[in-house]
Design a protein around this ligand. Sequence first.
Ligand SMILES: NC(=O)c1ccc[n+]([C@@H]2O[C@H](COP(=O)([O-])OP(=O)(O)OC[C@H]3O[C@@H](n4cnc5c(N)ncnc54)[C@H](OP(=O)(O)O)[C@@H]3O)[C@@H](O)[C@H]2O)c1
Length: 243
Amino acid sequence: MTVVGFIGAGNMASALARGWGDPVLASDSGSGRAAALVAELGGEALSNAEVFARADVVILAHKPYQLAAVADPIRTDTLIVSILGGTPVAELEAAYPDAPVIRVEPNVATAVGAGVTLLAASERPEAAIARELFGRVGKVVELPEHLIDVAGAVSGVGPAYWALIAEAWADSAIRHGIPAPLAATLVAETMAGTAALLTQTDTLTLRRGVTSPGGSTARGLAALERGGVRRALAEAMDDVVGG
Ligand SMILES: NC(=O)c1ccc[n+]([C@@H]2O[C@H](COP(=O)([O-])OP(=O)(O)OC[C@H]3O[C@@H](n4cnc5c(N)ncnc54)[C@H](OP(=O)(O)O)[C@@H]3O)[C@@H](O)[C@H]2O)c1
């Protein structure tokens, strides 16, 4: 079994580790989150140096601005997979000059095996290890590195968008008399079913298929258009990509 080590044991490290479900090595900067993670999944909470020394693959899961502080004391040739948002491979390789580095951007749905992980295309043979590892917790999409940030503005931030939309939608159902837990279930299951359908058909076919002329779905869709749903999503994309 590949021994995975995490530098950082926060939200994204926990999502990945839960998705894999295996014991891990993990570090943190003193919060105790690494100990909590290994209490849940097995493994050991260690120092950064120990994680680098003992793991087969080290996942950089701290914040991007912490790269130099974490890397400076480390000399390693262990495979590094970075999930640091907006941090180019060239910068990672400069920080870890002796190690093979692969850059990915996963999303939190990896926790339930339904993630999307963007992988910056790499000639390195070690990319196969990252493909296999992240393929176990969802879909891996390989693309040129210059597209990672734009693609991440869909898949990386997307779960938060859908959480917001789910909340607003459930609230409107509650306003019309549906109990909150039932509203949450109806929304989540409808989203999950629709997402499954959209892996097999295109959006227009799906929409036309459920929209009778002059019917209730048509009225609901018209209200969403009037409310600016397209413009809101386009502006969200522009603001994320524009930084
Ligand atoms: N959240 C997402 O959806 C998402 C998606 C894709 C990529 N990412 C990337 O994932 C990375 C982590 O994001 P996050 O949301 O998981 O952040 P987070 O919850 O704040 O976790 C960051 C972790 O890094 C640890 N850390 C900080 N300095 C450290 C050091 N010197 N040595 C060891 N560990 C250190 C923190 O330790 P303490 O626990 O002690 O504070 C914490 O456990 C970021 O680079 C982000 O760009 C996140």
